[in-house]
Design a protein around this ligand. Sequence first.
Ligand SMILES: Nc1ncnc2c1ncn2[C@@H]1O[C@H](COP(=O)(O)OP(=O)(O)OP(=O)(O)O)[C@@H](O)[C@H]1O
Ligand SMILES: [Mg+2]
Length: 314
Amino acid sequence: MGIKVKNLENTFDDTEALKGISFEVDDGEIFGLLGPNGAGKTTTVKILATMLLADSGNAKINGMDVTEYPKKVRGLVDVITARDKFYRRLDGYQNIKFFSSIYEVEDWKGKMKEYGEHLGLDEEDFEKKLADYSTGMRQKLNLIRNLIRKTPILFLDEPTLGLDPVSSRKFRSLLKEVMEEEEKTVIFTSHNMYEVEEICERIAIMNDGEITTRGEPKELKDEIFPKRMIEFSYMDGGKPEFTNEFIDKVKKKGDKVRVIIESGEGDHVHEVIQEILDSGRIRNLTVKEPTLEEAFIRHTGDEEEISEEEIDWV
Ligand SMILES: Nc1ncnc2c1ncn2[C@@H]1O[C@H](COP(=O)(O)OP(=O)(O)OP(=O)(O)O)[C@@H](O)[C@H]1O
Ligand SMILES: [Mg+2]
């Protein structure tokens, strides 16, 4: 069960959009596909949703091959993208009523109100024409449409595109909550590392038609960027001379000292902190790690090495 993708390849004209990708998503898992523009995320989702035929390889959804059983697969999956499928001249109620009749859902209105309350859409909103909806309102209605339909598999292709940070966060937290309640299997694509980390248990980073790495967000971060930084100042001129073998670099800038540590296998951070504390009277000591974005850029960009000065530490 779940989703199994094996050696998927797809070429458009002379663009190799997918160069043989493989991954698995467990039943009930929220899986993140993360990658920059043109990485192949949408192509992957389209193949899984039977909207596009792959050149080779195979994909199975709940054990069913998407090419052999497209109709059955379509009954199991739903896709939410930044572009919705609504009728602009109909209001929210009329749109959901229309889709509910296709999906043969009863009591759509009751469910719509219930999910609307959860998401911050009320009756007044539902009475507005879709043409007058903001992007965030449309995305919320999109999610309501899917929740009413209740497919066990959901693909969200950059669903927060165009949402402001507050709406985007609300959308994600609601998504996480209802996905856990409904035990849906979800693939969530994004180029935003933070949002993927917030809602996905495991992620795969895609670049240029290939999956370059996958795992839990923390594992990826450590794998890609195994460094930490301790920043502090001396109150009265201590000497930043240390012996710990895991210290990579020591830099002094004004009254600030930065110690870069290879985080490596064990946690050497507190050994180093002890050494720092023994070296003088310290103030403002903080331990920082690179942002996830940094890890993402490292894994998808062309840069070979980014120096510590260029890194955005948090
Ligand atoms: N219908 C198409 N015809 C020709 N080339 C295409 C088509 N669809 C996608 N491509 C190409 O395939 C590659 C992967 O595109 P895809 O849309 O899957 O990327 P993506 O990861 O979803 O990117 P984005 O973050 O911009 O949505 C790109 O180089 C794109 O130009
Ligand atoms: Mg895309």
